[in-house]
Design a protein around this ligand. Sequence first.
Ligand code: SAM
Length: 299
Amino acid sequence: MMREPYLADPKETIQVIQRYGFRFQKKLGQNFLIDRHVLEKIIRAAEITEDDFVLEIGPGIGTLTQYLAYHGGHVAAVEIDQALLPILQETLKEYNNVTVICQDILKTDLAALADRYNEGRPIKVVANLPYYITTPIVMGLFESHAPVESMTVMVQNEVARRMQAGPGSKEYGALSLAVQYYAEAYIAANVPPNCFLPRPGVGSAVIRLKKHEKPPVQVADEALLFGLIRAAFNQRRKTLVNSLANGAGLPFSKEELTDLITGLGHGASVRGEALSLAQFGALADAVKEKLTESEAGGL
Ligand code: SAM
């Protein structure tokens, strides 16, 4: 029988940290979980079962890792801070289904890692993320060719709301669209600062991102779609026509862009923040068609 997780307790955590003389590195986003209810909620939201292969990013001293090992099949945990390795060796010694990999997650070849450890199973990513690199980690995982099925991650509260937001709300933006292109997003729990050691200066939330089998909009050119979304939200207060005329690098005049946007049924002064993902998809396809026409005309 595997030992039940025992680290999710402020006293245990402090003892381990003191025994090893560990010093928290703020720049690595080190805020360790010390609340068992939150840990249990993460496991429930991620729907971890003994058949699962789980990728954990940033195991810290192994608090969440113990839960993942206890409930899951195999856990690969990628941690950048070498000072944590001897601690993990101790806290995970009773869990024989964990592989700790000392590496920067942003430099990790996830598809290769999956090939090596997951035996063809889909990957469930579960993490209390280092907040300074939330977006590159999440987008990197979506864009990698690794078979990621879902991500259940602790992020800054405000970032969770942006990921989940829809058109018209003030949190809606490029991140909402990028995340929702790949996944269905829902906030599973709000988590206050006192559930961590040390306490972060911001509120947190657990967000579950369940990857779509295929994106909800099909476009001819994905890179163009994301380029238009970025340009539309770079200058949030401007109209979509002006944002695209100034920031999208398209070879069209303002008049041509106005015609294109009104031709899709929008007002000439519509802002990007009013468009849904499907409407951005239609815009990307219309721009693509016009680009193809003008290339053909130029020949
Ligand atoms: N999972 C632990 C917990 O919940 O108590 C620790 C979470 S802490 C918020 C984030 C962890 O990510 C830290 O252990 C930190 O050292 C690690 N980390 C920071 N940057 C990283 C990177 N680029 N690659 C891998 N791990 C990283």
